[in-house]
Write a protein that binds this ligand. Sequence first.
Ligand SMILES: C[S@@+](CC[C@H](N)C(=O)[O-])C[C@H]1O[C@@H](n2cnc3c(N)ncnc32)[C@H](O)[C@@H]1O
Length: 246
Amino acid sequence: MKQNIYDNATFFKNYTALRASGINYNNFVEQPAIKSIISSLKGKSVLDLGCGDGHFSKYCIENGAESVIGVDISNNMIDRAKRINKDNHIEFLCMPMEDLKLSNQKFDLIISSLSIHYVEDYAELVRKINRLLKTNGEFIFSTEHPIVTARKGNNHWIKTKEGHKLHWAFDNYQEEGMREHDWYVDGVVVYHRTISTLINTLIESGLVLDEIIEPQSTSAGLKQMPKLINEKRRPSFIIIKSKKQN
Ligand SMILES: C[S@@+](CC[C@H](N)C(=O)[O-])C[C@H]1O[C@@H](n2cnc3c(N)ncnc32)[C@H](O)[C@@H]1O
């Protein structure tokens, strides 16, 4: 199933407002970590999977990438990406990343920021990514951490009557597959995978594991969004970097 929730008007309005505020998990937890793991962008050809409004594609160009292609399933996102980046020479394609062909192109870096948990067939996607990488090319992606996606339903913090967070409830870990949660709208679909699936699928496709980050908040984040202290109790995201050696 390919859900296109970012084209839901309510979802899109709330999501873009959250990102525009600058006060969010992306800015204070995930983005600093994924940026820190990129070796270099100078002269690189980059494919940005699930590029959203293209802000990461823009970051790549601003930091020396030679070319960037951004791909996203959402018309809303790609329209916005084209508008924001009209002077940036980035190519944006509106399609599910699963359907990408690009048979004549290979990339130095394939990046995907918080989009792969929306893809059902991770193994097929990783095989495609391997084919699209040049030798020594890197695949870097962030995804919701399996600690966060494992349990079914919402409200994973177990709290006292006063609302104090006692602990994070963790369950259903080995049961991979679809999870529905409520985020601005009901029934947002993501796919839960275990750590071993996330990693072994890369290895089975021939990629070599390079680095893993389970990020915490930056200190600026802790000041502006005090609840990010909870990233010390359980990570929201995992970032994995692998390489194609031949
Ligand atoms: C959390 S947003 C992240 C956007 C962007 N990478 C960023 O960091 O700002 C997830 C994005 O993945 C896109 N997406 C979800 N499923 C997709 C799929 N199957 N193929 C391509 N894009 C997808 C959504 O439309 C959305 O723009």
